[in-house]
Each structure stands twice: as C-alpha cells, then as structure tokens.
Design a protein around this ligand. Structure first.
Ligand code: NAD
Ligand code: NA
Length: 396
C-alpha cells in the first residue's frame, strides 16, 4: 500500500517500512565508513529498536562484528495497518545482519517482565553462552513492576514549584508559554520506578546469576543532563530524579561485577529528536536552537554518530574509559560546550513564533521527527506500493 505520515499530537500513527529500512542501511554505512572498532563480540541491547539503542546494536554489529540480541516493545503490522517504526527498523537490521553473516535475534515484549527476561536469558544460554556487553536503552512511559504488579506511570514535571517557560509545537511552529504544575511525591516515586535503575539492576542480577556475563563484561545505560534552561523540567524534575537513580545504580552494579572484572557505566548523551524526547515540553524548542548552532559549528551528531563515538573513543580505546568527576561517560561534550550553550541561551531569549524559523532549526527538527517513522528519507520511492507486513527474521 501507499503509506503516508498520519499525525496525532506528538506521535505519528504510521511508519514506512522502506524508509525505516533505508535509515538502518544509512546507519550501517556510517559505522562501516568509520572503520573497525576493537569492540564487543556478543551483545545484548535492551531497547534495541529505535534511537540510541538501535544505534548501539548497529555499532556493535558493524563496528566489531558482534552477535546481537535485541529486546524491544514494538507493534506488529496487520493487513492495512503499519507496524511501529521500531518493528521495521528491527526487521531491516535482522535482514541486513543475516546477509552479512552476523548472528542477530530479536525478542519483542515487555523488558520489565520476568517472562521476557527469561526468554532472553534462555536465548543467550542456547546461542551465545555469554555476553560481553549489555546496553540498557529503554525509554518507556509505564512499567508494570514484576514483583508487585503495580503499574507505574512516569511524568515530566518540575519539583517544588510551577515551571513556566517557552515551548514550541514543532508541527505548527507556534511558540507559546507553558506552565507545568509541580510533581507530587507519588509522581516522583513512579517516575523513578519506570526510568530509574531498578530494572537495569534486575537484568544484570539475572544475567549474572546464570553466569551469562563474560569475564570483563561491560554494561552501559544512557542518561541526559542538558542546560540550565531545561533544568527545572528535566534534570531537576521527575525524570532527573530517575536519572539520578540510574546513575547511582551504575555504582551498585559495578560493585556486583567486580569478581568478573566487569564494569558498569552511565553515558550522558546529547539531546536528540527521538520518540521519547519529542514528548517532553520545552525540549523541542531547545533542540531546534541547539541543532541550528551545532550544525553551524559543524559539530552536529545524530544517534549513530554519538554511539559510534561512544564505542570508538570512550568504551573500546584499549585504555581506561574516561569519565567525569561523577563517574559518567560524557558524549554530550559538544552540546555542553560553553560557546554552544551561550549561543543557545541568547537565541532562547529571542525565540518567538515569528523569529524561530530563522533563528532555529525547526525544519531540521521536523525532518528528523518524520524520519524516525521512515518518512522524507532520500532514495525511498514513496509512490511505490510498500509491503507493510514485513516480518522480523530472527524473532524469538
Ligand atoms: P526511544 O524511544 O527511541 O527508544 C526506546 C526503546 O525502548 C525502544 O527500542 C522501545 O521499543 C524500547 N522499549 C520501551 N518500552 C519497552 C518495554 N516495556 N519493553 C521493551 N522495550 C521497551 O528512546 P531514546 O531516546 O533512544 O532513549 C533511550 C535512552 O537514552 C533513555 O534512557 C533516554 O533517557 C536516553 N537519552 C535520550 C536522549 C534524547 O535526547 N533522546 C538524550 C540522552 C539520553
Ligand atoms: Na533506544
């Protein structure tokens, strides 16, 4: 069928299989163009179908020839109805990897559940024996706790007071003021339950208990800090509490991995357009200004550039992994450069509906957003009938 983008609020209801496949191919080509990384060989990626997790899977496979198992939660296609983009990305990745002679299997289901953990562990045991890298890249609005069965919902709220600032509706370009009421203690606890470190630790405990982590194995989860502009709603808000918890969990996991010489890290990544970040108020305006500056400076990166750099210049250099004073890997270094942030802060003051098209990269934001769903990708023929019913070859 002919597939077009269908928007509802901050989400796109359709995805294009050929566009998603082209995105994956482009990422593969990028990693290949950067040369071999003396990296991991057997990799588990939790949250492997989109964003930073997909880039992590592609970099492992095509940077260092790794066998990969990807866990994700995506919607399968039905006749006349497209799958979610992560489904098509994973179908394309599996297909490409198999053609290249790389082991790749995928597990589609709730990573927070005991059942999906068990299925993943059984697959590692049967096929790989052990893994030497575990990437934790989930972004989810909800988590059903596996022990209590309580359904926790994360929120994006400030803590301690109402937050008022500018935001943009990136579809219309309309800049307006938004006020967000402060979180309750329950909001904070729920957000930490969903996006904090507990589930990451549960995965590592389960893998370790079954001796599925190789000597010297690494595990990495992703975090964000960002500028003072967004602090109240991000790093000092509910999601920030969850990231504090995630970062603290890296230390407790690192302690548990000492006997196998394993390491646990949080990598602080750059702000990028993903399905997760486009739903956060204020962030799209920040990103559209940031993109403008970083592109002008020639230092703009997407998820694949970020993760290729993470593997090649942080995790697998052959020497110690460089970290900040709080033990975190920083690949948000170019975003956080003083000159970049000073320029963004200045533009922020000037941003209105009228000025934004010129001073911000709204077009870049929109096009990145559409490309998440496989639309507006070069080399894709959107007039051609697309097969929405693509299967994932290595589905377990
Ligand atoms: P994303 O939405 O692109 O990816 C989320 C992944 O999690 C997908 O593979 C999805 O299928 C999977 N997932 C969600 N719920 C699941 C569940 N219950 N079970 C199994 N899989 C599930 O998000 P992203 O932006 O790549 O975020 C990944 C991590 O990177 C998050 O921790 C996020 O906070 C962090 N991060 C994001 C940014 C940014 O600007 N986007 C910046 C820095 C750090
Ligand atoms: Na991800």
């Amino acid at each position: 069928m002919i597939i077009e983008p269908r928007m509802r609020g901050f989400i796109c209801l359709t995805a294009h299989p050929d566009g998603c496949a082209q995105n994956v191919k482009n990422q593969i080509e990028y990693v290949k163009s950067k040369g071999t990384i003396n990296g991991p060989k057997k990799v588990l990626v939790i949250g492997a179908s989109t964003g930073f997790g997909l880039a992590s899977r592609i970099t492992a496979a095509y940077g260092s020839g790794a066998a990969t198992i990807g866990v994700f939660f995506e919607k399968a296609p039905t006749a006349g109805k497209t799958a979610s983009p992560g489904w098509y990305n994973s179908a394309a990745f599996e297909h490409e990897a198999h053609e290249a002679g790389l082991y790749a299997k995928s597990i589609n289901g709730d990573a927070f559940s005991k059942e999906i953990k068990e299925r993943t562990l059984a697959t590692i045991k049967a096929d790989l024996g052990q893994v030497d890298l575990v990437i934790y890249s989930l972004a989810s609005p909800v988590r059903k706790h596996p022990d209590t069965e309580v359904l926790h919902r994360s929120t994006l709220k400030p803590i301690g007071g109402t937050y008022t600032n500018k935001t943009v509706d990136f579809h219309t370009g309309n800049v307006s003021e938004i006020s967000i009421e402060p979180a309750t203690d329950e909001d904070i606890a729920n957000t930490v339950a969903v996006m904090g470190g507990e589930d990451w630790a549960m995965w590592i405990d389960a893998l370790k208990a079954e001796n599925l982590l190789a000597e010297g194995a690494k595990t990495v989860a992703y975090s964000y800090i960002g500028p003072s502009l967004t602090e109240a709603v991000y790093r000092k808000g509910t999601i920030g509490r969850a990231k504090d918890d995630l970062e603290a969990t890296a230390f407790t996991i690192a302690d548990k991995l000492k006997d196998i010489n394993g390491k646990a890290y949080v990598s602080v990544n750059k702000a990028l357009v993903t399905q997760a970040s486009s739903a956060i108020p204020v962030i799209p305006l920040y990103i559209s200004l940031l993109y403008k500056i970083m592109k002008e400076e020639g230092i703009h990166e997407g998820t694949i550039e970020q993760i290729q750099r993470l593997y090649a210049e942080r995790l697998y250099t052959g020497s110690d992994v460089p970290v900040d004073e709080q033990g975190r890997i920083r690949i948000d270094d170019w975003e956080m450069r003083e000159d970049v942030q000073a320029k963004v802060a200045k533009l922020w003051q000037e941003a209105t509906t009228e000025t934004l098209p010129a001073i911000g990269d709204l077009a870049g934001y929109r096009s990145d957003f559409l490309s998440l769903f496989g639309f507006e990708i070069d080399k894709v023929d959107y007039q051609k009938d697309a097969n929405e019913l693509v299967e994932i070859e290595g589905s377990v």
